[in-house]
Design a protein around this ligand. Sequence first.
Ligand code: NAD
Length: 310
Amino acid sequence: MRHENRRSREGRMTCYGFIGLGNMGGGMAAVLAAAGHRVQAFDLSAEALQRAVSAGAQATETAAAAVAGAEVVITMLPAGSHVRDVYEQAVLPAAARNALVIDCSTVDVDTARAVAEQAQGLGFRAADAPVSGGVAAAAAGALTFMVGCREADFAAVETALAPMAKTVVRAGEAGAGQAAKICNNMLLGVSMIGACEALSLAEGLGLDPERFFEIASASSGQCWSLTAYCPWPGPVEAAPSNRGYEGGFAVAMMLKDLKLAQGAAASVGASTPLGAQAEALYALFDRLGYGEKDFSGLIQMLRGRLDLLA
Ligand code: NAD
């Protein structure tokens, strides 16, 4: 119902070319189809493609066929190399030059800038628009998009993303969406480790961690990782810590973003020592076999209680 309303507000059906129908892209394409838009979909995985068809998308045999005739092209791919390949081989040669091309994958800033520059050079309107919110938000059309694009193109980007969005915010020019995403997630990774360490230390000192949670929540240590996503089970009902650290934001995803942040920091000579430490800690946690767990589960590694994550 909500999506139908969105479509009628926008006033017309749009033809989307959608490439990358995995955990995130599959949900996003389904939301677009449910809103009444035409979705020309392609994925290398026949299974992913079939799921999209069941959700109302039109399967195509190649990425080039998915973007042909589309007014908006969306890519939702694993990493920068996939985005470069798909742009070079399909989007740039096969999409109509008046199409709006938006990459929603999380990739390095350099790739985002390079593909936008190539696309704009050919006359396309282009944007990077990585998302915040996981698989559930993708399926519910409730993602936050952080957009890097020319100011003049933002209104069109916002309209194109609206059916899938809770919020669409412009961060700046091409690449700025990716920059915002990795800076935010580096801050999140670091603050979560801080919350985990403080709760573990409280426990070690004989201070009830739940009591510490109450005190810190009303003191200067307050932060989102503590008060909205508490890694200690109990205080925050909806937090993954109360569900065996299942669901939520996977360690492997956090690690990917921290690696991107470190790569970006090196490329501009920024000093991010805590970001580097965070990457090392999540890499260790991932290596121990917990890549699929929620990132707040790191507290159990710090406590020496990995047995609780089995
Ligand atoms: P995924 O691996 O589930 O999906 C990626 C899809 O791309 C797969 O179905 C794969 O077959 C397809 N693909 C790869 N190369 C292709 C090509 N050349 N042509 C067509 N299809 C191709 O990944 P995901 O979890 O959906 O994540 C997608 C992006 O979103 C990533 O960049 C990720 O970092 C980002 N992201 C993920 C989450 C999350 O919670 N999963 C949250 C925010 C951002």
